[in-house]
Design a protein. Structure first.
Length: 402
């Protein structure tokens, strides 16, 4: 009794399906695993022909197989095992491994079938096959693509060799044009500026505010165009590598006072530029022209993007063998989303509105600072102002690019 209970427990809890049939093919027992596999309840299967679990044509031929085995003793599955297909209650067909054993018990012949579901293995095999086919297609596509790329590269190389000289000529022509245009525009702009100054002087006796206002617009426009031309000329010289720092020793305090005085003339109403120097020593060794462009640009931006009745702080400091320059304003500030693009050419923050500008100044400044082996940083908050810091070495060292 104990052995029978153990056997029943094993069969009931087996992972694979176990089905027993009579010598006439009638199901006598089916374990839970087989019921789950075929989606039948035990009562729906026991007492019925095992062919109910087979799809065509095996369903129609099963009884013939069984009779043939009884007559000839030649087994197709019994004692051998093979892959077959099963039919679920819902009509779906699935693959499984079937092993059948013959048992003679109490004068009867009973056949026991062991069913091992192969659905996952077959799905994996199909995925692997599809992957292999897909991989083969990709290899063929990549091979064709690589061949096309090689052909295209060869054609491009030939075309590049043919157009190289033309490109050099075009670059030289562009350089000459930018240089010529910049210098040629300066002459009429200088004439307009001089004429505006003379008209202002001659019209002083009329004391007409409209004349003064419009002359101011003319001078501001001329100055703006001159600044744009200077930016384009500087950018062209930087692009062509024609800018080489010319180092010399000079007094940074005197230099800064002169720049401050010049820029104060361009300030808005009641804008005040406050300059301060920290440190006993005031002599530095760098390119004064490049440095002046950088400082003038930063102070000019502070004037442009700050309102009337504001202060602009400009300071210099000599410390740890470095020259440190600060320019701070209380203007519109730079939105945080725009700050990462600030030093890119032709970029302008989206809050500049109608304030004129090309977006070249800071790009040129950062490249000039790089030529002097220095660095530039900034901090900014919208509507609370911006602070730029330039740090330069006091001693001249050759730049790696030179």
């Amino acid at each position: 009794m104990k052995d029978k209970s153990l056997l029943n427990a094993i069969i009931e809890n087996a992972i694979d399906g176990i089905i027993t049939i009579s010598d006439r093919g009638i199901v006598e027992s089916i374990n839970p695993a087989a019921c789950r596999l075929f989606l039948y309840d035990e009562s729906e299967v026991i007492g019925h022909n095992i062919s109910m679990l087979m799809p065509p044509p095996d369903r129609e031929q099963h009884d013939g197989y069984l009779d043939s085995y009884h007559r000839t003793g030649k087994a197709h599955i019994i004692g051998i095992g093979r892959e077959v297909h099963g039919l679920r209650k819902d009509g779906s067909v699935f693959p499984f491994r079937l092993a059948v054993s013959k048992v003679e018990y109490s004068g009867r012949v009973i056949y026991t079938g062991f069913v091992h579901d192969l659905s996952k293995e077959k799905e994996a095999e199909e995925r692997l096959r599809e992957y292999a086919l897909n991989l083969e297609d990709q290899v063929n596509d990549r091979t064709r693509s690589l061949k096309n790329t090689i052909d295209a590269l060869e054609a491009a190389r030939l075309e590049a060799n043919q157009s190289l000289e033309k490109e050099k000529e075009l670059n030289q022509l562009k350089t000459r044009f930018v240089s010529m245009a910049s210098h040629e525009f300066r002459t009429p702009l200088s004439a307009v500026q001089l004429s505006a100054v003379l008209i202002e002087r001659y019209a002083a006796q009329f004391d007409n505010p409209n004349i003064t206002k419009h002359l101011g617009k003319i001078k501001n426009s001329v100055q703006s165009l001159t600044g744009i031309l200077n930016d384009f000329l500087s950018l062209e010289r930087l692009e062509t590598g024609r800018v080489e720092p010319e180092y010399s020793a000079f007094d940074i305090v005197k230099f800064s006072e002169e720049v401050t005085e010049e820029m104060q003339l361009l300030a808005k109403q009641n804008q005040h530029i406050i300059y301060e120097h920290t440190g006993i020593n005031s002599e530095v060794n760098t390119d004064s022209k490049i440095l002046k462009y950088c400082v003038v640009n930063l102070i000019g931006n502070a004037i442009k993007y700050s309102g009337e009745n504001t202060y602009i702080e400009y300071s210099t400091e000599i410390r740890d063998s470095q020259l440190v320059l600060h320019v701070k304003d209380n203007g519109i500030g730079i939105p945080e989303s725009d700050q990462k693009h600030l030093f890119e050419a032709f970029f302008r923050a989206h809050n500049t509105g109608s304030i004129p500008g090309t977006g070249l100044g800071l790009n040129i400044v950062t490249r000039y600072v790089g030529l002097l082996n220095g660095g530039i940083t900034f901090e900014s908050t919208v509507n609370r102002g911006t602070s730029f810091t330039i740090t330069l070495p006091l001693k001249h060292e050759d730049h790696p690019d030179h």
